[in-house]
Design a protein around this ligand. Structure first.
Ligand SMILES: *Cc1c(COP(=O)(O)O)cnc(C)c1O
Length: 461
């Protein structure tokens, strides 16, 4: 039976404003639609299982071998093998360092991609899968509203991908100069619009365009972070790290600094596929809705979200919580209302969560450097601090892997202040200041934006 995708809102009968989507769609449809018509998130109806032997065979092999195994397990019904091979080969052309900090305790650096954050892993594979499932002879046009890092990860991921053009909207006054430069110098099939307005205005313009029937002919698509096409690639590195580091099928602990929970969800799926995961540690920053839920059994989102130094994790209601709840038998909607609570005991068995303050985060960056000469930035430091908290309640020696989700050079001021070090830019970000390009300025008026799209987007390949 091929894997099909259902909506996390399928059971929401009698909820005002929601017409539950009770059908199922293919992966390709889930990929192009992004989310279900009832605003639920797509979930695979079957989780493929890998044998420990298949996983262990990946030891010493390149990253793309693990990527292919996972891609085949989910997608073999919908994509030919040679397409999947090419997708993973093109997507993963950079290294995935596993750094031993002390015996059996590692940091996995997911910061070697073109924009130096782990989001490159998901965006690059999704881009290439999308390119392979567009209607034949036609173009796809991706629209993304961004307040910073997502836009450049998506833009870089789609750069040069055949048959797809990307239009990025960013708020002129809310994005740093370095980030702007990253956005408007990508070039080629990726263009940037500087909007005279706020991030919310950018999001509204994009939303309006998606529901405008006069623009249907352009095959508008989002590259939204809730797309299942961005979750699937995030399963791969857990299996890769385990295969490289484990001996004799032992269990491993993973610690994943968490914001919207997409990254941690990859580990949850990896465990359900057969990876021996002893515990999934999901530390958050001061947005502590999830650790409080695990402790008390009551879920209340944090609103407005709290501004912490690990700013990519400033989320008061994680979008992928809907998927976690669904996997454990519950339902929570987009605005954070719980319709049915999941099995809390089962969740506690597999997941540990703790809130890490900014003060602890800074302390961790200092301590890890002093003790081990290992440089972490603030997101990775939340992951490490969470692992240390977990060891306080479960001190048995086990293989443990903490994820570093961004390159420390992306946060030069913080590193300079805490460690007195000047970080050299990673290879991928060198020359950023010399790159050329420009953005097109538009107002936040929908007609202005629509005009631009009608004049500039292409329909045919
Ligand atoms: C997005 C992001 C996170 C959080 O990942 P989620 O999947 O949203 O939980 C952590 N660190 C960095 C650097 C990020 O960009």
């Amino acid at each position: 039976m091929p894997i099909r995708y259902y909506s996390t809102n399928r059971n929401l009968n009698n909820v005002v404003g929601i017409i539950p989507f009770t059908g199922k769609v293919s992966f390709k449809e889930a990929l192009l639609k992004g989310q279900a018509s009832d605003e639920g998130l797509f979930m695979p109806d079957t989780i493929p299982v890998l044998s420990l032997k298949d996983i262990q065979k990946l030891k010493g092999k390149p990253y793309r071998d693990t990527a292919l195994l996972v891609a085949e397990a989910f997608l073999a019904d919908e994509f030919p093998l040679d397409v999947l091979k090419k997708v993973v080969k093109d997507a993963y052309n950079y290294s995935v360092p596993l750094e031993e900090v002390k015996p059996k305790i590692y940091v996995m650096r997911l910061d070697q991609g073109p924009t130096a954050s782990f989001k490159d892993f998901a965006a690059r594979m999704m881009a290439r899968l999308m390119s392979n499932c567009r209607p034949s002879g036609e173009r796809l046009n991706i629209l993304v509203a961004t307040s910073g890092d997502t836009g450049s990860a998506v833009g870089e991921a789609f750069k040069g991908v055949p048959g797809i053009d990307v239009t990025i909207l960013y708020p002129e006054t809310e994005v740093s100069n370095r980030q702007k430069k990253q956005l408007y110098t990508i070039g080629g099939n990726v263009r940037a619009l500087s909007v005279d307005g706020k991030f919310d205005d950018c999001q509204n313009l994009v939303k309006q365009a998606f529901s405008d029937s006069q623009l249907t002919k352009f095959n508008l698509t989002s590259a939204n972070s809730i797309n299942f096409g961005r979750i699937l690639p995030q399963i791969i590195y857990y299996i890769y790290a385990y295969a490289q580091l484990s001996e004799k099928g032992e269990e491993a602990i993973f610690s994943v600094p968490s914001g919207n929970f997409g990254d941690a969800l990859g580990c949850e799926y990896a465990r359900r596929m057969g990876l021996p995961v002893a515990k999934l540690v999901m530390p958050t920053n001061e947005n502590d809705e999830f650790p409080i839920y695990l402790a008390t059994g009551k879920y209340n989102k944090v609103s407005p979200s709290r501004a912490c130094i690990s700013n990519a994790m400033n989320v008061g209601h994680p979008s992928n919580l809907a998927r976690f709840f669904d996997l454990y038998g519950g339902t929570v909607d987009r605005v954070g209302k719980v319709h049915r609570y999941p099995d809390l005991e089962e969740m506690r068995r597999h997941i540990f969560s703790v809130s890490v303050t900014d003060e602890q985060t800074r302390e961790t960056i200092r301590n890890v450097y002093k003790k081990y000469q290992v440089i972490l930035e603030q997101h990775g430091a939340v992951g490490w601090a969470g692992l240390e908290e977990y060891f306080k309640i479960a001190p048995d020696k086990k293989l443990a892997i903490s994820l570093e989700t961004a390159h420390p050079a992306k946060f030069p001021e913080e590193i300079q202040k805490l460690l007195g070090l000047t970080m050299p830019l990673p290879e991928s970000m060198k020359n950023i200041d010399q790159r050329e390009g420009s953005a097109v300025s538009i107002t936040n008026d929908y007609d202005d934006f629509k005009n631009y799209l009608q004049k500039n987007l292409k329909i045919k390949e």
